[in-house]
Design a protein around this ligand. Sequence first.
Ligand code: 2U9
Length: 339
Amino acid sequence: MLDRIDKIREEILAFAFPGSGDAESFRLRYLSKKGIIAELFEEFRSLPPGQKREVGQKLNQLKQSALEKLDEFQSAAANKDAEREKPDLTRPGVQLPLGARHPVSIVRREILEIFSRVGFVISEGPEIEDDWHVFSALNFPQDHPARDMQDTFFIRMNPDILLRTHTSSVQVRVMEKQLPPIRTVSPGRVFRNEAISARAHCIFHQVEGLYIDEGVSFADMRQVLLYFAREMFGPVTQIRLRPSFFPFTEPSAEMDISCSICGGSGCNVCKYTGWLEIMGCGMVDPNVLENCRIDPVKHTGYAFGMGVERIAMLKYQINDLRLYFENDKRFLDQFRSAW
Ligand code: 2U9
């Protein structure tokens, strides 16, 4: 019997999962009520007393070995299950439906960043304004067409209160409060009483700039605007200034850039002229400086203004202003990669 016990012990020690069977078949074979070890204990009962001590010891060792083996495999299987249930932290996450920046926001931010690199600080002000800050301080004559109800939204109860038609009103407020040097850019929404079409809208966004100091010249303005054009539209961009007229600047000019699509050779975007108009500019009229309590003998300044939608149209070849306000996801999704 001792030999048999030794053989069975070797068999148990050599038992390997899963090659030799699973834990349950092991338990049934060796440790169940009708298993091999139970049978050996049954046999043990009828042994002569002289053999019981040695065989009993060996049998107990055998049972202990079988229990340990079973325990070893059961805990290995439990560990394997736990391993399987552990979350895999290297798996890619679920993609969240992220929004994208609006092209007007992208371009406004880019314009402001370019001017901030050459010392302009951002100023903002109210959208609902008074006549002084939008028109009178800026040298608009009493009979100027912009003062007409057809062009400007007035508050019905008080014709002195209106929706600003440009952000120059913000810069009038800066000049009233601050002494030169003043170097500021004013972004914001402006409102004009216009029929909505592919080329016009009653709400749009502007960035206007103003620099006032001693000895500021038209040439200074030209250089800063050339820097802006090249940062915005690429380093080979050329500019040209054409004479124009605004009540608040003298002399005044319209600024064109060489067409960024055809490089100046002529295409349907620039209407075969090679040039694209991007902003107005000029030297601040001495009347405007005086209205804002700045001495026009001591100080000069330049100003410029642009429509953000127009700059974005040229940069991204958008051909209809209404697209900016419709919030069509197919349009907005195209600006995902821009920031
Ligand atoms: C002050 C004095 C003068 C700002 C200027 C323009 C020329 C201009 C238009 C461009 C397209 C408006 O959006 S648009 O329709 N703007 O042409 N704006 S100079 O001049 C100022 C600003 C502030 C105190």
